[in-house]
Design a protein around this ligand. Structure first.
Ligand SMILES: Nc1ncnc2c1ncn2[C@@H]1O[C@H](COP(=O)(O)OP(=O)(O)O)[C@@H](O)[C@H]1O
Ligand SMILES: [Mg+2]
Length: 369
C-alpha cells in the first residue's frame, strides 16, 4: 500500500472548501482562524482536513502570520507534496484581476532556481485565492541565517546561493516578470544547498501601511511583528516612494482616486529586484540589513530613501563599492542586471580583490622573495 492510500477520505461533514482566514486591515468581518466555509464554519483547519474539493489533504500548517496561512498538503491526485497559500479576501477588485493576470505570467517561469507554480484556485464562497506551488525540502535563508554564527554566511556560500538567485531573477526579468519581494525568507535553501526563489508578488500589492497593532488577533505573536518589520528592510527607495504615499492615506476613508494616485508612485523595474538582492547579500555578509537598526515602518522607509549605505567593516573598499552601487537610490545608477551585480561582487570578494592593504602586502612579499 502506498503512503497516499493510507489516508482515508474524511466524512463529507469534515470536508472543507475554504481556508481559515483572519481579521485583516481592510475588512473586519472575518475572525482569525475561522473557517469561512458553508460546510464547516467556525473551526480552524487542521491536520487531516481536505481542501479544494477534497483533493488536498492538510499535513501541517507550514507558516502563518497576520495576513497569510500556508498549508503543507498531500495532493491526493498526484501523490505529491504541495504548499497551498491562501491569499486574502482584503484585496480590491483590480488587485484580484491582477492576481489572475500575474499568475499567468509566473506560471510560465520554469527555472531550476524558482519553485514551480502549480495552479491557482479560487473559492467563490470565501472570495479567496489559493496559490499552489511545489513543496521544497529545505530551510528558508532567513531561518538559516538566524541559526548561523553572527547571523552571517561564509563568503563562498553567499556567492554560490546568490548567483543562483541572480540568474533566476534575470531569467524572470527577460520574460517581463518582476519578483518585487526578494528577501531572505523568500529564498529557500534546499537540502542540496541550492537556492529556490518563492513568493513572487502579485502586482504591486504589498500594502503601503503598517497594520495597527491594536487590531491584531489575540494569537498574533511578537515574532509576527518582527517578521513584518523585517520585510520592509528589503524594499527599494522606489517602492518606499509608493508605500509612504499610501501610508499617509486612511485606507478605510480615502477615495479610490486618492488611492490610485498614491498607488501609481514609484515604478518598479528589474533594478528594484537587484536592490533587494543586494540587501540579501548585505545581510548574509554583515549579519544585518543596511537599515536593520531602524525602528518601525516609517523610519526604515525614510532611511532607505535618504541615508547612505553603511560600510561593512569586515569587507574591502571594493566589495563595499559594489554593494553601494547595487543599493543606489536611483535605479539607473545600479548594475544593468542582477548577474552583473553578483559577478562584480564575486570578483571584489575574492582574496585578490580583498583590499589594497592585502595587494600591497602581497607585492611586498613577492619583492622580498
Ligand atoms: N514551496 C515551499 N516549500 C517549502 N517551504 C515553503 C514553500 N513556500 C513557503 N514556504 C515557507 O513558508 C514561508 C512563508 O511563505 P511565503 O509564500 O513567503 O509567505 P509570505 O507571504 O508570508 O511571505 C516561507 O518563508 C518558507 O519558510
Ligand atoms: Mg514570503
Amino acid at each position: 500500500m502506498t503512503e497516499s492510500n493510507s489516508y482515508h477520505i474524511p466524512d463529507q461533514d469534515k470536508t472543507i472548501i475554504a481556508s481559515g482566514y483572519h481579521k485583516n486591515f481592510r475588512q473586519d468581518e472575518y475572525a482569525f482562524g475561522e473557517i469561512i466555509s458553508d460546510i464547516d464554519y467556525g473551526r480552524r483547519i487542521r491536520e487531516g482536513d481536505r481542501l479544494l474539493n477534497v483533493r488536498y489533504i492538510v499535513e501541517s500548517i507550514l507558516h502563518e502570520n497576520c495576513d497569510v496561512i500556508l498549508y503543507k498538503c498531500r495532493d491526493f491526485f498526484t501523490d505529491s507534496i504541495v504548499v497551498i497559500k491562501a491569499i486574502g479576501p482584503w484585496l480590491r477588485e483590480n488587485e484580484k484581476e491582477g492576481i489572475i493576470k500575474h499568475f499567468g505570467d509566473i506560471r510560465n517561469l520554469v527555472h531550476p532556481n524558482i519553485a514551480t507554480f502549480l495552479t491557482l484556485e479560487k473559492n467563490d464562497a470565501a472570495h479567496e485565492y489559493f496559490l499552489i506551488r511545489e513543496y521544497i525540502e529545505g530551510e528558508d535563508l532567513e531561518s538559516l541565517l538566524r541559526h548561523s554564527e553572527n547571523e552571517r554566511l561564509p563568503i563562498p556560500e553567499t556567492v554560490r546561493l546568490l548567483r543562483q538567485v541572480a540568474e533566476a531573477l534575470d531569467y524572470a526579468h527577460d520574460r517581463g516578470v518582476l519578483h518585487r519581494a526578494v528577501r531572505c525568507s523568500n529564498i529557500i535553501v534546499t537540502s542540496n544547498g541550492d537556492a529556490k526563489l518563492i513568493d513572487f508578488l502579485f502586482g504591486e500589492n504589498e500594502l503601503g501601511t503598517q497594520p495597527d497593532q491594536s487590531t491584531y488577533p489575540p494569537c498574533f505573536k511578537e515574532k509576527d511583528h518582527d517578521e513584518m518589520n523585517r520585510k520592509w528592510e528589503y524594499k527599494s527607495p522606489e517602492q518606499w516612494d509608493r508605500m509612504l504615499a499610501l501610508s499617509d492615506l486612511d485606507i478605510f476613508e480615502c477615495t479610490d482616486e486618492e488611492w490610485t494616485a498614491a498607488d501609481a508612485k514609484g515604478k518598479t523595474t528589474p533594478a528594484t529586484d537587484e536592490y533587494s538582492l543586494a540587501v540579501v547579500a548585505y545581510r548574509c555578509l554583515a549579519g544585518h540589513t543596511p537599515f536593520g537598526n531602524a525602528q518601525g515602518f516609517r523610519e526604515i522607509g525614510k532611511k532607505t530613501l535618504n541615508d547612505a549605505i553603511p560600510r561593512i567593516k569586515s569587507l574591502s573598499r571594493a566589495s563595499n563599492a559594489v554593494l553601494a552601487k547595487a543599493l543606489s537610490k536611483k535605479p539607473e545608477d545600479r548594475y544593468a542586471s542582477c548577474q552583473e551585480f553578483m559577478e562584480n561582487l564575486e570578483t571584489a570578494l575574492k582574496p585578490g580583490g580583498l583590499s589594497r592593504w592585502w595587494q600591497n602586502a602581497r607585492r611586498m612579499m613577492s619583492f622580498f622573495g
